[in-house]
Design a protein around this ligand. Structure first.
Ligand SMILES: [Zn+2]
Length: 87
């Protein structure tokens, strides 16, 4: 695997990348899957995440197993509406 620990971030050009395990909210088509303990490199400054090519590929494979996942979470859905003007 490509070793990029300690490299400078390509987005903010300031932070260094640190090896972390992250929770990824992974979208595919109309679906959303929560992937836990994904190995990533995270910028210590801006939080941008980088994944090795094989990790990105594996995430796509695992996301397809979403409909058969035993573990589920539910999220509240709130539609944005602007604040009412106060007189
Ligand atoms: Zn950064």
């Amino acid at each position: 695997m490509e070793q990029i620990e300690g490299d400078r971030c390509d987005l903010c050009f300031d932070g260094r990348l640190r090896s972390r395990q992250v929770r990824e909210y992974y979208r595919f088509g109309k679906g959303l899957v929560v992937l836990e303990r994904v190995p990533a490199y995270v910028c210590e400054n801006c939080g941008e995440r980088y994944y090795a090519a094989e990790v990105a590929k594996r995430m796509r494979q695992l996301a397809k197993m979403g409909p058969r996942a035993k573990e589920r979470v539910s999220f509240p859905v709130i539609h944005f509406e602007p604040r009412k003007a106060t007189a």
